[in-house]
Design a binder for this molecule. Structure first.
Ligand SMILES: Nc1nc2c(ncn2[C@@H]2O[C@H](COP(=O)(O)OP(=O)(O)OP(=O)(O)O)[C@@H](O)[C@H]2O)c(=O)[nH]1
Length: 370
């Protein structure tokens, strides 16, 4: 790490503090790497005490220390605070009795006042002094040039550790920001999808029964007809109508009629497969399209619906009549199949209602004029 030492002394305490805050290190827990450095400093200089001191607003806090009595001291009482007055230089005072710093008077190392002090300022890459790596003793001392140089090397390693910590914090923040942005994007996408589905639902569903509405049926029909007839499977159509529904409304009221309609729709939905399509075609008329289903299968479905309707939990009994017709896309058009189902329904009504009637027109007579 190359550190640009400012040519002037600290021109802004606020900027210095801001630089320190970017490391989020003050009041953090002990870390082996920092502890190792103060241990090495003690061994290198053969002194009683060493510390990595960080200068916070109005206190000096020790990230790592050996032989220092307090976990933190006020700035006025700190020798390190004095050492950063000249951020680019190591401060060495062999004997504080001869060369006194007022703060030293009230500091204690193992209960005794310090006599020797050497501190290397720790700088941010912008040159702001963050604190010091310092050694101290209760007796006067003199460091050899190699020891001072070694102490400065250890200070540089401490700066590397600080930078590593800041980079990891930034990475973490970046990751968090990215995750938060991805989460927000996903939420927005889900919301859009939900609203789209809601709109789709309201545009294609009959609100009373939840069945597809006629507009949706036209859409499905158009889409189906756009495909090659040979790719479309044969199918059956059920045309279902509630019996004497006018009377249900007249006798029990329109709301009860609505309930009956919902019960019939429910009976239809629980009797068909996912691939089948049920449409509220008119007032109380429901069309069910059963692709790939032959007449006998469709008759079973229709009977199931009839039985379910008969068991519907309503205050009054209701029945349905069903007409069924088979369609073959390679031979007849949908309206022809629909007409045949309608005729079968007519016969069910005429035959006494509450029944299923299958169209018996031989398929080969149903010729597609196109
Ligand atoms: N409650 C309610 N009634 C509806 C709704 N849509 C249509 N109807 C009623 O359904 C009744 C249909 O009656 P008709 O077509 O005369 O037939 P029906 O009384 O069922 O007699 P058949 O079909 O011959 O058994 C009318 O009274 C409509 O008002 C609806 O959404 N809710």
């Amino acid at each position: 790490m190359s550190v640009r030492v400012p040519t002037q002394t600290i021109d802004s305490e606020a900027a210095r503090q801001a630089a320190l805050d970017t490391y989020a290190i003050v009041d953090s827990g002990p870390e082996q790497a920092f502890d190792d450095i103060v241990r090495l400093a003690v061994m290198l200089c053969g002194v009683y005490a060493a510390s990595i001191s960080l200068i916070d607003r109005d206190r000096v806090w020790f990230k790592a220390q050996i032989g220092v009595d307090q976990p933190q001291v006020s700035r006025e009482l700190s020798l390190c605070n004095h050492a950063i007055d000249q951020p680019g230089r190591t401060l060495v005072i062999d004997d504080l009795d001869i060369d006194p710093i007022p703060a030293a008077k009230r500091r204690r190392l193992g209960g005794l006042p310090p006599r020797f002090y050497a501190g290397v300022p720790l700088l941010s890459p912008d040159g702001y002094p963050l604190g010091t790596l310092s050694v101290a003793d209760t007796v006067p001392r003199h460091l050899a040039a190699a020891q001072v140089e070694g102490l400065e090397l250890l200070a540089r390693q401490t700066q590397h550790l600080l930078e590593l910590r800041r980079l990891m914090l930034e990475q973490g923040q970046l990751l968090n920001a990215r995750e938060a942005a991805a989460q927000r994007a996903e939420q927005a996408r889900a919301e859009l999808q939900r609203r789209h589905e809601e709109l789709q639902q309201s545009a294609t569903r009959d609100p009373l029964t939840g069945l597809l509405n006629r507009a949706a049926m036209e859409e499905v029909l158009a889409e189906t007809l756009s495909r090659d007839p040979t790719e479309r499977p044969p199918y059956t159509l059920l045309l279902l109508d509630i019996d004497h529904f006018k009377m249900v409304n007249d006798v029990h009221g329109h709301l009860a009629g609505d309930q009956a309609l919902r019960a019939v729709a429910q009976a239809v939905l629980t009797s068909i497969r996912k691939s089948d399509i049920a449409v509220r075609f008119g007032g109380e008329e429901i069309v069910v399209y059963l692709p790939g289903t032959a007449l006998d299968g469709a008759t079973e479905v229709a009977q199931r619906i009839r039985e379910q309707v008969a068991r519907a939990p309503l205050r009054f009994p209701i029945t349905v009549s069903v007409g069924i017709a088979a369609g073959d896309p390679t031979r007849d058009r949908p309206e022809q199949t629909f007409d045949r189902a309608d005729q079968a329904l007519y016969r069910a009504k005429a035959g006494g209602r509450d029944r299923v009637v299958v169209d018996d027109t031989p398929l080969f007579t149903s010729i597609n004029p196109d």
